[in-house]
Design a protein around this ligand. Structure first.
Ligand code: SF4
Length: 293
C-alpha cells in the first residue's frame, strides 16, 4: 500500500488517496463530525476509511460502484490507511481522529473477517469504530451472534419504497427493506443499541413528503434512528443545487421523524470541492492517469 496524494478542503477535511500494489485506488477522508456518533452527541475528528478497492454492489449514485473491480483490503492495509493519516495529522499539528468509520469505498460486510481483525487491532486506539452496510443479511446475522465487537452500526437505506430502492441499490432485489428491517430489529434488541439508517436526499428522486412519511412509518423509534445526509455530486453548480435542495426538502423529513418520535441527525457532506464523495477522488485520479498516458 502506498500514499499517492492528498487534498485539503475549505472545511478542513482532508482527502487521502492510496494505492495498493496492483489493486487500484483506495480513499480515506479526515473530517470534523458533529452529531450522534454512538451516544452522546460528539464534536470530534473522524477518519472515514475504505474496506475494498472498487465495489460490486453497484449503487447507482456512487462513483465507487462504477469501479466494478473489487479487491478486499486486508486489516493490515486498512490499518495502513488510518496510521498514515494519524501520522500526517501529527506532522501538521492537527488533532488526531478519535473515531474510525468504515464507510468509505466498498461494502464492509463483504469483507467481514478482515473487518473484525481491523476492529480488534484498532479498538483500543479510538473511542468508537462504526461500520456502514447496504444490508447483507447473512453477515448481519453473524454480527448479531458475535459478542466480541461494539460497532456503531449504520445501514444505508436511501428509499423507503421497495421498487425504488431496488433501482438505486440492486442489493435490495435480494435483501428487501422488509427483511432488512426485521434483521436490524434483532440486531438492535440483541446489542441493546439503536441502529442508524442513513438516508441521503437525492434531488427530485427520494426527497418528497411522500418519502418522508413512508420513512417515518416503516421505522420503529425504539430500535432505529436516522441520519439524513446531502447528496454529494461532482461540479460546483451541482453541489450548490444539491445543497439548496437539501435545505428545503430536509424539513419534510425532520417534521415526520419528529412526529413519530424517531431520533435523527442532519449531516452536510464534507470536503465537497475536493471530491469528498465515495470514489470521486480516485475517479478523478484515474482520469488524470488516462489523460497522461
Ligand atoms: S455506496 Fe457503498 S456499497 Fe454502494 S456501490 Fe458505493 S461503496 Fe459500494
Amino acid at each position: 500500500m502506498k500514499f499517492i496524494r492528498k487534498m485539503k478542503a475549505k472545511d478542513n477535511s482532508i482527502k487521502y488517496l492510496f494505492q495498493s500494489p496492483g489493486k487500484g485506488f483506495v480513499e480515506a477522508i479526515y473530517f470534523n463530525f458533529e452529531g450522534y456518533y454512538g451516544k452522546p452527541k460528539v464534536n470530534s475528528k473522524v477518519i472515514c476509511l475504505s474496506s475494498q478497492s472498487g465495489c460490486n454492489m453497484g449503487c447507482v449514485f456512487c462513483e465507487t460502484g462504477k469501479i466494478k473491480r473489487v479487491i478486499n483490503l486486508s486489516s493490515k492495509e486498512m490499518s495502513y490507511e488510518v496510521n498514515y493519516i494519524q501520522k500526517d495529522l501529527k506532522k501538521q499539528k492537527l488533532p488526531p481522529a478519535k473515531f474510525y468509520a468504515i464507510m468509505g469505498m466498498g461494502e464492509p460486510l463483504n469483507n467481514l473477517e478482515e473487518i473484525l481483525k481491523f476492529f480488534h487491532e484498532n479498538r483500543s486506539i479510538v473511542e468508537k469504530i462504526s461500520i456502514s452496510t447496504v444490508g447483507i443479511i447473512p453477515e448481519i446475522k453473524k454480527l448479531i451472534k458475535d459478542k466480541s465487537h461494539d460497532f456503531d452500526f449504520f445501514i444505508s437505506l436511501h428509499s423507503p419504497f421497495e421498487r425504488e430502492r431496488s433501482k438505486l441499490m440492486p442489493i435490495n432485489r435480494k435483501y428487501s427493506i422488509k427483511k432488512l428491517i426485521s434483521v436490524a430489529k434483532k440486531y438492535s434488541k440483541e446489542k441493546k443499541e439503536k441502529i442508524t439508517f442513513t438516508y441521503m436526499l437525492i434531488p427530485n428522486l427520494n426527497d418528497s413528503l411522500k418519502h418522508a412519511k413512508r420513512l417515518a412509518k416503516i421505522l420503529n423509534p425504539k430500535y432505529f434512528s436516522v441520519q439524513l445526509t446531502c447528496f454529494n455530486p461532482s461540479g460546483e453548480r451541482e453541489i450548490k443545487n444539491a445543497r439548496d435542495n437539501f435545505s428545503k426538502k430536509v424539513n419534510f423529513f425532520i417534521m415526520e421523524l419528529k412526529n413519530k418520535g424517531i431520533e435523527f441527525d442532519v449531516q452536510l457532506s464534507k470536503g465537497l470541492e475536493i471530491e469528498g464523495g465515495c470514489g470521486q477522488f480516485s475517479a478523478k485520479q484515474k482520469n488524470l492517469n488516462t489523460k497522461s498516458t
